[in-house]
Design a protein around this ligand. Structure first.
Ligand code: GUN
Ligand code: FE
Length: 486
C-alpha cells in the first residue's frame, strides 16, 4: 500500500498485555511511532509538566503529539486467527445444524456464489471494512475455493491496509458437485498462483526483518475435503517453503472425527493425518480442537503448532467446548478465532466473551468452579479465564499462533504499531458503556487512574463494541474505526 507516513507520538493511557496472568496499565504514557510504523520508544508515567522535557530528551521538540482524551486508552489490535470471509453473508443463520449438515445446507451454497467476481468484490469490500472497524488488525482469512475471488479478497485487504493471511480453500472431494475443485492438480496449481500473486502485492524488503502486511497461507479446508494426493502435494509445497503458514480445521465435531478416521485408516489420529502429510508444524493454525485425545495434544505440542479457539462457533454448531486450559497448561500456543459463520459475530470482543463463558461452563462441568488459582495441579485446566488471560489470547496469543510474536500483539520498541484507540465516553464525556464509573479521571492519583483503567478494560471487553473503537492503526497507519473517514 502506498502511503506517506510521518512519525507521531501518542500521550495518554496505554494498556499492554504481558502474559496470561498480567497486563500493564500506564495512565500517562508517551509512545512514539516512527515513519515506517514501528514503535520507537515508550516512556511510562509522564506528568504533563514534564512532557516537553521528556520530548526534548528524545530529540523530538518539533514532533506532533496526539493527546488522548479522558475516557480513551490504547491497546494492541485484536488478532483473529480463524475466519471465513465468504461466509459473512450467512452469518446468524443455520444454527440448527451440526457441522457436516451445516456445510452442505448453508455454507457451501453461499461460498459457491463467489464464482461471481462482482459479487466477491462487493461482498469482500464490506466484509474487510467491517472486520477492521471491529478492531481486528491481523486476520487469518479463508476465502472460497475460487482463485479469482480470493485474489480480490487479498487486493481489498491490501488496499485497506489490514495485516492478514489469505488463503483459498483446497477441497476436491466430499463436497457438492457445484462447489468442488475438479482435480488435485487444479487445486495445487491455483494455490501456487495465489501464493505468487499475494507475494507480488507487497514484496519483502531485503533490509527489513518484518514480514509483509498481506501474506498467503495454505488452506486445506479439512482432511475430509482433501484427497491423499492433494494433501501430499500441499505437504510438499509446505516443505519447500518453511515460512508459509498453514491453516485448517481439526477435531471440531464427533461425526467429522469418525468420518476422518474412516477416510484415513492408516493415520494414528485426526492430528496424525495432517502430520502424515507434513502439514503439522510450528506455523500451522488448527481451528477448533474441541475433542483432541491426549496423544493428539502431545503431537501438536511436539510440532509446536498453534490452536485457534473458536468458542462462539463451538457453541453455535453444538460442537462442544475446547479445553483451552489444558492446552495452555501444556504450553501450546492458543489464540482466538471468530470462525464466521460458524460463529455469528466478526468481532474478537464476542470471541473473548464466549471464551470466558466456555471456560466457566467447562469448570462447572468438571466441578471445579473456582478461579485460576483454586487447584494446585493445573493452572488453567477447567478454570475460569481471567481478564489478563482473555486479553492475552486476543493479542499476544494470536500473534504467537500466526508466527508474528516478534512483530505484533503487544507494545515494545521495534514492534509494529498495530493498535486501537478505545473510547468509553462519548463526545460530551458521558459514559457509552452502561454503568461505567463517571469519576473525574484527570484529578485522580496515578494508582487510582490505573484501577479505573483496569475497570474500563474489563467493561470494554464484555460490554463494548465497534462504537467504542475510535481508531484502528496497522503498522502506524490509521486504517479504520468509528472516526475513520471512508
Ligand atoms: N470444517 C470444514 N469447513 C468448515 C467451515 O467452513 N467452518 C467450520 N466451522 N468448520 C469447517
Ligand atoms: Fe472455520
Amino acid at each position: 500500500m502506498e502511503s506517506i507516513k510521518k512519525s507521531c507520538i501518542f500521550y495518554g493511557a496505554v494498556i499492554n498485555p504481558k502474559s496470561l496472568q498480567s497486563f500493564s496499565v500506564s495512565p500517562q504514557c508517551l509512545l512514539a511511532v516512527d515513519a515506517i510504523g514501528n514503535i520507537d520508544w515508550i516512556v511510562d508515567d509522564v506528568e504533563p509538566h514534564t512532557l516537553q522535557d521528556v520530548l526534548a530528551s528524545k530529540g523530538c521538540i518539533e514532533s506532533e503529539v496526539i493527546a488522548l482524551r479522558e475516557g480513551e486508552f490504547i491497546i494492541p489490535g485484536f488478532i483473529d486467527t480463524h475466519t471465513h470471509a465468504p461466509q459473512v453473508p450467512n452469518m446468524g443463520t443455520g444454527g440448527q445444524y451440526e457441522l457436516l449438515d451445516w456445510l452442505e445446507n448453508v455454507t457451501f451454497p453461499t461460498e459457491a456464489k463467489f464464482s461471481d467476481v462482482n459479487f466477491a468484490r462487493e461482498t469482500y469490500t464490506s466484509v474487510v471494512r467491517r472486520v477492521i472497524d471491529s478492531g481486528t488488525t491481523t486476520c487469518c482469512y479463508y476465502g472460497s475455493l475460487h482463485l479469482e475471488a480470493t485474489k480480490i479478497l487479498a487486493d481489498i485487504v491490501y488496499a485497506f491496509g489490514q495485516r492478514a493471511f489469505v488463503g483459498k480453500c483446497n477441497m476436491n472431494r466430499h463436497c457438492p458437485g457445484h462447489y468442488i475443485e475438479p482435480s488435485f492438480e487444479d487445486s495445487v496449481a491455483d494455490t501456487q498462483t495465489l501464493i505468487s500473486y499475494i507475494r507480488s502485492l507487497s514484496p519483502q524488503q531485503d533490509n527489513s526483518s518484518q514480514e509483509p502486511l498481506v501474506q498467503p497461507i495454505l488452506t486445506p479446508r479439512f482432511a475430509i475435503s482433501c484427497t491423499d494426493d492433494l494433501l501430499s502435494s500441499l505437504g510438499n509445497l509446505a516443505s519447500s517453503d518453511p515460512k508459509l503458514r498453514i491453516q485448517t480445521h481439526i477435531s471440531e465435531n464427533k461425526s467429522e472425527i469418525s468420518f476422518t478416521r474412516e477416510l484415513f485408516p492408516s493415520a494414528s489420529s485426526y492430528a496424525g493425518v495432517y502430520d502424515m502429510f507434513g502439514l503439522l508444524r510450528q506455523n500451522t493454525i488448527l481451528a477448533h480442537a474441541v475433542h483432541l485425545t491426549e496423544d493428539e495434544i502431545d503431537l501438536i505440542k511436539s510440532k509446536d503448532a498453534g490452536i485457534s479457539h473458536c468458542p462462539t462457533s463451538n457453541f453455535n454448531l453444538s460442537s462442544g467446548i475446547a479445553p483451552v486450559g489444558v492446552y495452555l497448561d501444556k504450553g501450546i500456543k492458543v489464540g482466538l478465532g471468530t470462525d464466521v459463520s460458524g460463529g455469528f459475530n466478526v468481532s474478537i470482543l464476542n470471541a473473548i466473551q464466549n471464551a470466558s463463558v466456555a471456560a466457566k461452563v467447562c469448570s462447572l462441568q468438571t466441578g471445579n468452579s473456582g478461579s485460576e488459582s483454586s487447584s494446585m495441579s493445573a493452572i488453567y485446566a477447567n478454570k475460569q479465564l481471567s481478564i489478563p488471560s482473555l486479553f492475552y489470547l486476543a493479542t499476544i496469543g494470536g500473534a504467537a499462533v500466526c508466527g508474528l510474536e516478534n512483530q505484533v500483539g503487544s507494545f515494545a520498541t521495534g514492534k509494529s504499531f498495530d493498535a486501537l484507540i478505545v473510547n468509553v465516553r462519548d463526545e460530551a464525556g458521558n459514559p457509552t458503556i452502561w454503568g461505567l464509573d463517571d469519576t473525574n479521571f484527570t484529578n485522580l492519583s496515578i494508582e487510582d487512574k490505573k484501577k479505573h483503567l483496569e475497570g474500563w478494560l474489563e467493561r470494554f471487553l464484555f460490554c463494548g463494541d465497534d462504537r467504542n473503537i475510535e481508531r484502528v492503526y496497522v503498522q502506524g497507519t490509521f486504517v479504520g474505526g468509528r472516526t475513520f473517514r471512508r
